[in-house]
Design a protein around this ligand. Structure first.
Ligand code: GAL
Length: 436
């Protein structure tokens, strides 16, 4: 037996009111694919069926990827809703079989289908939203066979604006009176209306709140959905920062602050993966995938699978990182150390998010070390400073294992020094030699 070192790390109690689906849906972060990052509105039925086929062909399904998710722009923008039934009308040019037909084809491959709507009058792309139509839309989606709903936050009418607006990127947010709980905000109300409508249906739907961290969603999201977006949109850049979108560095910095808002049944969502997109280097893509897995974010692939290069596919198929993300026993992700204890976590303009992270899995203690500098760096970690290893004595010997190669690096005493490429992340597993 491996030493159960993980027990000495703090474990957050799951919120009593978390949504617990009888079939386990949402207990672990969702694994899947979504169209937005690569295709935006240029979607069609074929895109999703092809993705489903490639999930099977590339062994992604075997690794646990199961949701094939349609994002914005799937409905008929002119007709919007059926005059008689009030149901949203799909765009039958893009989806000749309708969403129901697509669901059948996705299900036939043993996979699940996700759809997208918005807790406002229109989606971000200007298509029909669900505010005020929650029951009808929940009924329609579940009848079609939908298994996952991403619920966005655009076009919110004035009367639904929060009394105390909170946007995570802003520093001048309204200060609510002491004791105020954002679970009473209008944002929460809009998202709860869809939760209630979904729970009324005879089908389990994974409910993904795309609330961008607004109204401190992490404080009430667990009672509303299975995951909640914590920040604006991701872009495939190392440290970009635009009005509504951000590169990896600011997102990782924010994720480090919120490491303990995630546990079984409820996950901070750091947005869909950009691995394979834009100009991200392979090193940056490794950091992206490793940290999203380590923070237990949903892992939703956002790149074109046709023609995907082998190194990109290898990142997305890293079994050990997926296993960490999906660990059946440890629901909490990694937390920063060194930073977080004595040194404040930097602000979002920084080029350097916390570099050292630690977490537990059924296989041992895991270290994630980010090199955010422009050249290769060696990062030395003294075992004595790692929470969970601390106190085992300086004579203890440790097996250091590389989660990227799947191989043991060797046995070390006192400390281990990792040489890490610029913008890359070392993903290590540490066990004592008394382990198996
Ligand atoms: C954004 C959302 C993106 C994508 C887009 C579609 O608000 O954060 O992930 O869904 O809308 O218009």
């Amino acid at each position: 037996m491996r030493a159960n070192l993980g027990m000495s790390l703090p474990v957050m109690a799951a919120t009593a009111a978390a949504i617990v689906s009888p079939d386990g849906t949402g207990r672990l972060p969702a694994l899947g694919w979504n169209s937005w990052n690569e295709y935006a509105c240029d979607i069609s039925e074929d895109v999703f069926i092809r993705v489903a086929d490639l999930f099977v062909e590339y062994g992604l399904q075997e690794l646990g990827y199961e949701y094939v998710n349609i994002d914005d722009c799937w409905s008929n923008r002119e007709l919007r809703r059926d005059n008689v039934t009030g149901r949203i009308i799909p765009d039958y040019v893009k989806f000749p079989s309708g969403i129901h037909g697509v669901a059948e084809q996705i299900h036939a491959r043993g996979l699940k289908l996700g759809i997208y709507s918005d807790a406002g009058t229109l989606t971000c792309g200007g298509f029909e939203g669900s505010l005020g139509f929650e029951q009808t839309d929940a009924e329609t989606f579940t009848e079609w066979g939908v298994d996952y709903l991403k619920y966005d936050n655009c076009n919110v009418p004035e009367e639904w604006t929060d009394e105390y607006i909170f946007y995570p990127e802003h520093t001048d947010n309204a200060v609510p009176p002491p004791g105020y709980w954002y679970g009473d905000s209008r944002t929460a109300e809009r998202y709860n209306a869809m939760r209630d409508a979904l729970l009324d249906q005879n089908r389990t739907v994974q409910y993904s709140l795309c609330a961008w961290g607004h109204a401190r969603v992490e404080t009430w999201g667990n009672e509303t959905g299975h995951s909640w977006r914590m920040w604006g949109d991701i872009v495939p850049e190392w440290k970009g920062q635009y009005t509504y979108s951000w590169g990896l560095v600011p997102i990782i910095t924010q994720a480090a602050r919120h490491w303990n808002d995630t546990d079984f049944w409820g996950h901070n969502d750091w947005d869909m993966l950009e691995v394979g997109n834009g100009n991200l280097t392979l090193a940056e893509s490794r950091t992206h995938f490793a940290m999203w897995a380590a923070f237990k974010s949903p892992l939703i692939i956002g790149t074109r699978l046709e023609g995907i290069t082998q190194p990109v596919l290898d990142i997305l198929r890293n079994k050990e990182l997926i296993e960490f993300n999906q660990d059946p026993v440890y629901g909490v992700g990694v937390r920063p150390f060194n930073y977080g204890c004595h040194i404040p976590i930097p602000n979002n303009e920084t080029e350097h998010p916390p570099s050292h992270y630690v977490g537990s899995s059924t296989k041992g203690i895991h270290l994630f070390l980010i090199n955010s500098y422009e050249s290769e760096r060696s990062i030395e970690v003294a075992f004595e400073e790692v929470p969970g290893l601390r106190g085992l004595g300086e004579d203890e010997e440790y097996i250091v294992h590389d989660m990227w190669t799947g191989k043991d690096i060797g046995v070390f005493k006192g400390s281990y020094t990792a040489a890490i490429e610029s913008h890359d992340t070392a993903a290590l597993r540490i066990t004592t030699i008394h382990g198996e």
